[in-house]
Design a protein. Structure first.
Length: 467
């Protein structure tokens, strides 16, 4: 046993012990919140699973044994599991161990969804849900600041300890920030989503909290530009005006204009900072080629998409199996099949190729169903409430993510941490949706002063004496 393995085992055991203590007491929200915040940071990472994978399963089992785990959207989750298992049963037997390991890792994302849902249901207010996202965001930005200081092709190593080494940035010829998710595309998508969350939080925040959120917006924009990922950047540009339109009633025309002008100004400042003070300023250079196509396919995908489509035709219903072998992965695992090719760089082609139509449909339906839950709940929450604002921005986050995945894959074997974040985000949104009050018609049941009750109030008090 070498030092690295001993360190990993000791840290994993200590983590599980702490989770057990917290989850077995009344401080379940602490354990759940800590898990969610830790998702982007994989101190322990092996071929079998990362720290977040182990923590998610351990915490779920503890809560399940204690009777403290509520489930939601179980049919949708079950169909996803079924799609993967059917595909795996028909996959190449020589790669079965890799399929099993990947499925074990990916299913941890479904578990994280349930844990995030329980957290959103247990905390006292919706603001605590946003607090978890903001704390995670602050830590992610701190991580990226350290990465930016070491430059392209380098990785930051705290205190010179190898086990704490950060992810390595892209090399000088393709200088791009990879972030804690170890992938410019995933990190860019994360920044874009969090900027939208922060923009809505600014509508409610006051004092020091507002200043802190403003700082997060600026740093997220700097990080987004430093990733050099065009998809996340363009989706943010497109979604921000839609967000302002969605909140035009609360903001009014004047504040919408202020937000729009201010947003453009902050983007310009953040872009200038990323280009002038870091070595990761390729975003706008790459944007110049964003419209180039070859036979209707973006030039950056002209090699991968046609190959994927031809492979999909061979196994359209169940795919080739959940685990995808590409040249780099094959070399890292000490094996290479007779025929390899790169990732399609499109979630939908990736899912069709790996798990087929029977796997793609349940995953897409999961996100569609979540969006419909948010839509119905925000109608009940009332336009002026904090819960309604969070749900409405969630209704933008889901399509933003799905559109970005046209050119990315969020659930590769190497991006399970980002998959966990996405499932955690959906779990938090659905949890908040289930917290919204019941109403009659379209009227909000606002809290009443003592001694006063609305004639529209619907109560859930237990019936006494049959009344």
């Amino acid at each position: 046993m070498n030092t690295s393995i001993a360190w990993q085992l000791a840290l994993a055991l200590a983590t599980v012990l702490v989770i057990y203590v917290l989850a077995s007491t009344t401080r379940r929200t602490v354990a759940l919140g800590a898990l969610l915040i830790a998702i982007p940071f994989q101190i322990v990472e092996t071929r079998y699973g990362s720290a977040s994978v182990v923590m998610a399963y351990a915490l779920a089992v503890i809560l399940l044994l204690n009777g403290g785990l509520k489930v939601r959207m179980l049919p949708a989750l079950g169909l996803i599991v079924l799609g993967y298992l059917v595909s795996m049963s028909q996959a190449d037997r020589s790669l079965m161990s890799f399929h099993v390991i990947f499925v074990f890792q990916f299913f941890s994302g479904l578990v994280v969804f349930l844990l995030a849902y329980n957290f959103a249901k247990l905390v006292e207010s919706e603001r605590s849900v946003v607090d978890v996202l903001l704390v995670m965001n602050a830590l992610v930005l701190m991580y990226c600041v350290f990465q930016l200081t070491v430059g392209p092709g380098e990785s930051f190593m705290p205190f010179g300890i190898k086990e704490f080494e950060f992810n390595q940035n892209r090399v000088g010829s393709d200088a791009r920030l990879v972030g804690p998710f170890d992938n410019p595309g995933s990190t860019s998508g994360y920044f874009a989503l969090m900027i939208l969350v922060c923009a809505v939080e600014l509508m409610f925040a006051k004092g020091k909290r507002k200043t802190a959120v403003q700082a997060l917006v600026v740093l997220n924009l700097v990080g987004l530009v430093a990733t050099g990922n065009r998809a996340g950047f363009l989706i943010l540009i497109a979604m921000f005006p839609i967000l302002l339109f969605a909140f035009k009633r609360e903001l009014g025309t004047q504040r919408v204009t202020q937000y729009l002008v201010g947003g453009v100004a902050v983007l310009a400042i953040a872009s200038a900072a990323a280009i002038s003070y870091t070595d990761f300023g390729r975003m706008f250079e790459r944007l110049e080629n964003v419209t180039e196509t070859q036979d209707g396919v973006p030039t950056t995908r002209s090699q991968t998409w046609p190959v994927a489509i031809e492979k999909i035709k061979q196994h359209p219903w169940v795919g080739e199996g959940p685990f995808f072998i590409n040249p780099e992965a094959g070399q890292n695992l000490g094996m290479l099949p007779s025929e390899v090719d790169p990732y399609p760089h499109s979630l939908y082609l990736y899912l069709l190729r790996t798990i087929g139509i029977l796997g793609l449909v349940p995953i897409v339906w999961f996100f569609v169903q979540a969006w419909l839950l948010l839509y119905r709940s925000q109608l009940r929450a009332g336009n002026g409430s904090y819960a309604s604002a969070f749900l409405r921005v969630g209704m933008l986050l889901i399509p933003s993510f799905l559109i970005a995945q046209v050119t990315l894959e969020f659930n590769r074997p190497g991006t399970i941490d980002y998959a966990q974040f996405i499932f955690a985000l959906i779990g938090l949104l659905v949890g908040v949706a289930d917290r919204t009050p019941q109403v009659v018609g379209a009227e909000l049941l606002a809290p009443q002063r003592p001694g006063m009750e609305s004639r529209h109030t619907v109560t859930n008090w237990p019936r006494l004496n049959g009344s």
